[in-house]
Design a protein around this ligand. Sequence first.
Ligand SMILES: Nc1ncnc2c1ncn2[C@@H]1O[C@H](COP(=O)(O)OP(=O)(O)O)[C@@H](O)[C@H]1O
Ligand SMILES: N[C@@H](CC(=O)OP(=O)(O)O)C(=O)O
Length: 534
Amino acid sequence: MAESSPTLSATSYNSVLDLKQLLPPGWIIQKFGGTSVGKFPENIVENVVKQYALQNRVAVVCSARSSNTKSEGTTSRLLKAADLASQNAEFRPLLEVIEKDHTDNARSKISDPQLQAQLIQQSSKEVARAQELLHASQVIGEISPRTLDSIMSVGEKLSCLFMAALMNDRGLKATYVDLSDIIPLDYDVSKGLDDKFYQFLATKFGEIASAMDSDVIPVFTGYFGVVPGGLLNGVGRGYTDLCAALVAVGVQADELQIWKEVDGIFTADPRKVPNARLLDSVTPDEAAELTYYGSEVIHPFTMEQVIKAKIPIRIKNVENPTGNGTIIYPDNIGRRGEATPPHPPAAYESLPSSYIQSQKRRSATAITAKQDIAVINVHSNKKTLSHGFLAHLFTTLDRYRLVVDLISTSEVHVSMAMQIQPDQEVSLKEALKELRKMGTVDVTRQMTIVSLVGKQMVNFIGIAGNMFKVLADERINIEMISQGANEINISAVINAKDTIRALQSIHAKLLEGSFGFNPEESATDIRLSALRFQ
Ligand SMILES: Nc1ncnc2c1ncn2[C@@H]1O[C@H](COP(=O)(O)OP(=O)(O)O)[C@@H](O)[C@H]1O
Ligand SMILES: N[C@@H](CC(=O)OP(=O)(O)O)C(=O)O
């Protein structure tokens, strides 16, 4: 138990900090999402990059611009244009919209005439390239994953050309880094996206950044090349977070910062639950689970790479750069530069009692909802559920690229909950046709998965019962339940119309009250606080 572990006193903290002051400035990697680049580019340059660059080496990674929402952003437009081209439909007007959006933006945001003219010229060149690729695909009549990736890369190129120009316009020294050709054509991609491949990329990114003069800020395209199987297929939307993580690993950064338009990770989506609280810290597993089950705060692949390299991830708000944000870090390993994590009770003892009171931890960390869920019930026409039946079921779903979020089985019955996006309707229809050959199938649409997430939940007996009791008290019908496969998540499938009521009531009962306090339960919070209160 903790008693025998060495303790790290306030003095040891100080010596670590003193030592840090003698070392050359460490790297901070800052990733900015598409809507942040679209809405707050000046904030990013003036209040974020410039400020951090005073004391650190900074590298920036950006996603494709969205002036409003991600679904209307440049990546979505490029994918739509590709879709049109593949159907031999007219895609050029959409490219013209993208070009106008970026050239108008250059005109209104870049004041230096030379920088502005250069940016407009580079942007038009990138759009022309996309047009060539799409035209070629139209002629051939198909778009390969490789071509789709290349078309998609134009979004990050346009965005990073702009951000580098804006930084230079405002007195920083920035260099645009296009990562779209980073993977050599002869790279052996047979093993897919394995650790060796990620290590290869991280090393490359690290070499590029480290080769630059210390006052230069590299601006990396969050798109990082034609990866095995295609970036869209292999990593999916939101790949820029992973790119930033690999840059962080490559330079052995002090911190990876994911800048958003929200103060950090909350106990629930603040748009849906007004009482949601900002969390100081969450573990990587909790962050991945929250993202997978509806709170899209960070791409789930990001965590593994950075945490292995002992680099903390911080989620911060471009509109509130001085806020602490939320740190994603395990509570049981030391950070880079720390020999051992501090002993939680010792760090805890050094905190003021007011802080301890305010930190009364809850049994669950956050509640989240995943929408557009369909529940599919399959009653096998055989008497028993052989594994062959389940294998056949999953092979069918896999063929149509339908991913099961929750599953429960009983005797000859299988219930599955899965998210169906509008573009998956045809696949669902085809898959159902095949499933009907195995037995009776019924489908319930317009459902939601509500998930309570928390690393500590495993220690709290009866938490699942409490969650279901809250739903029962609210007269919310539960279609399916799942707990156990993953100790940090309890999920229930409910009717979509009850989502907000379910989130708010569970939040009020299980995340707003005090549910006992165990001082050892959140070492990360305590360690961060110990640093803050010195
Ligand atoms: N638990 C949560 N904590 C914080 N934000 C959440 C949570 N669940 C859902 N969200 C939503 O996720 C969104 C992510 O922030 P935003 O910066 O807008 O995304 P992006 O960077 O993808 O454009 C926010 O609008 C917020 O309402
Ligand atoms: N532009 C890409 C990659 C990305 O990471 O986006 P964002 O950081 O805005 O989620 C997309 O929309 O998927």
